[in-house]
Design a binder for this molecule. Structure first.
Ligand code: F6R
Ligand code: MG
Ligand code: MG
Length: 373
């Protein structure tokens, strides 16, 4: 157990079945997770609070506790809930039943076993606004641009310019999702080289962000992102790595509205149909996280809480607001335009990023017919 009095928020997610095809999690499966966690709250002291929601075909569990990150009991609790929901999905022949559960049984931590995890252990401030973001039909690097904007771009975040408690900037931890390497960089001092990495979305993703200052890391932690690549864990295509992220807002962190402002670019991300197409990331209310056009376009849902002594007050559905209509309209125009490219890059991702491919068969069939020039 940690020495300081801390709260830990673990957001653990998995796609264990949906309807029709890969569109949404059926309500009956969300109810299984609700019941699983309700029972846990009643019978033991493991959790302080929880919240269950979905973004498209992914179930998101927000778990509040005092056990720190990577806690075996918390991970096991999530794993068992996903197993129950997967079983129900199998019985009812829902699509992709059990898809993200790569192992038959739990082995101490859900990382590398399929589910995605973002966790943050922190010392609660006088008042602690906490935002949880969940994406569908895309990959972890989808957060690179919005998080860079929120925590590093003075044209996005006014606090970087006019709030003395924010002007020192932030530290970013960036991971190489293929090579299991990480690097910590300081912004604004290293902004340009940081952007060289973050702009390479096929390889690098933001993992964590801290506010600068004298306090401990558990006081300064501002953001935590799930960067697991399911395909890398499984060694083959088993669905997309639809990521989640946690951000703390206000009082020295970017304001709620500055963090949300980062999602107004309609920026292009990888994912969409068959995990193999570029399309705009559309911020939507949870009720609109129903990716149906060409299995998309990719979505992001945001849930805003106030954390108080481990209790999760709220949430507010953050993108359920008319001020995001303009971005949504832009996303729909971009989606329509990108679709006109059919199988052509850059709508279809590059050969290296393709998750389904017929290229080996095509090249094999043409092998004898290729001539030297
Ligand atoms: C994207 C996604 C879907 C599927 C597509 C084909 O992340 O999940 O676009 O890739 O619907 O699915 P299968 O291969 O299951 O028929
Ligand atoms: Mg699915
Ligand atoms: Mg999904």
């Amino acid at each position: 157990m940690p020495e300081e009095k801390t709260t830990t928020i673990s957001v653990i997610k998995a796609d264990v079945g949906s309807l029709p095809g890969h569109v949404i999690v059926p309500d009956c499966m969300l109810e299984i997770l609700e019941e699983h966690l309700r029972k846990e709250m009643k019978e033991s002291k493991l959790l302080n609070d929880y919240y269950v929601f979905n973004c498209g075909d992914d179930i998101e569990l927000v778990l509040s506790h005092n056990r720190g990150e990577d806690d075996e009991k918390i991970h096991e609790l999530a794993w068992n809930g996903f197993m129950d929901a997967a079983e129900h999905a199998r019985k009812n022949k829902f699509y992709g039943a059990g898809q993200d559960l790569l192992a038959d049984s739990f082995s101490g931590n859900v990382k590398g076993q399929g589910p995605g995890v973002a966790e943050m252990e922190f010392v609660e401030r006088k008042s602690d606004p906490l935002l949880v973001f969940a994406c569908d039909k895309t990959d972890p690097a989808a957060f690179n641009l919005p998080l860079f904007k929120a925590f590093a771009d003075p044209f996005n975040t006014a606090g970087l310019v006019i709030d003395p408690s924010t002007t020192a900037g932030f530290e970013f931890e960036i991971v190489d999702v293929y090579d299991s390497k990480k690097v910590r960089m300081s912004c604004p001092e290293e902004m340009y080289s940081m952007l060289a990495l973050l702009g390479t979305t096929s390889r690098y993703a933001v993992k964590r962000i801290w506010k600068k200052g004298e306090e401990s890391e558990k006081e300064r932690v501002a953001c935590s992102v799930c960067t697991e690549k399911l395909n890398v864990s499984a060694g083959k295509y088993v669905g997309k790595d639809d990521p989640v992220a946690i951000c703390r807002a206000q009082s020295g962190m970017p304001a709620v509205g500055e963090i949300l402002e980062g999602f107004t670019t309609a920026h292009l991300v990888s994912g969409w149909m068959r995990g193999s197409h570029k399309g705009p990331l559309m911020p939507v209310a949870r009720a609109d996280a129903s990716p149906t056009r060409f299995d998309g376009p990719p979505r992001v849902v945001g849930k805003g809480f106030q954390v108080s002594h481990g209790k999760l007050h709220g949430p507010r559905d953050l993108f359920a607001d008319v001020s995001f209509d303009h971005t949504r309209k832009q996303c729909m125009e971009i989606a329509h335009y990108m679709r006109q490219h059919g199988p052509f890059e850059p709508h279809r991702v590059s050969e290296k990023e393709l998750e389904y491919t017929t290229m080996p068969q095509v090249m094999d069939a043409l092998k004898e017919r290729f001539e030297d020039i």
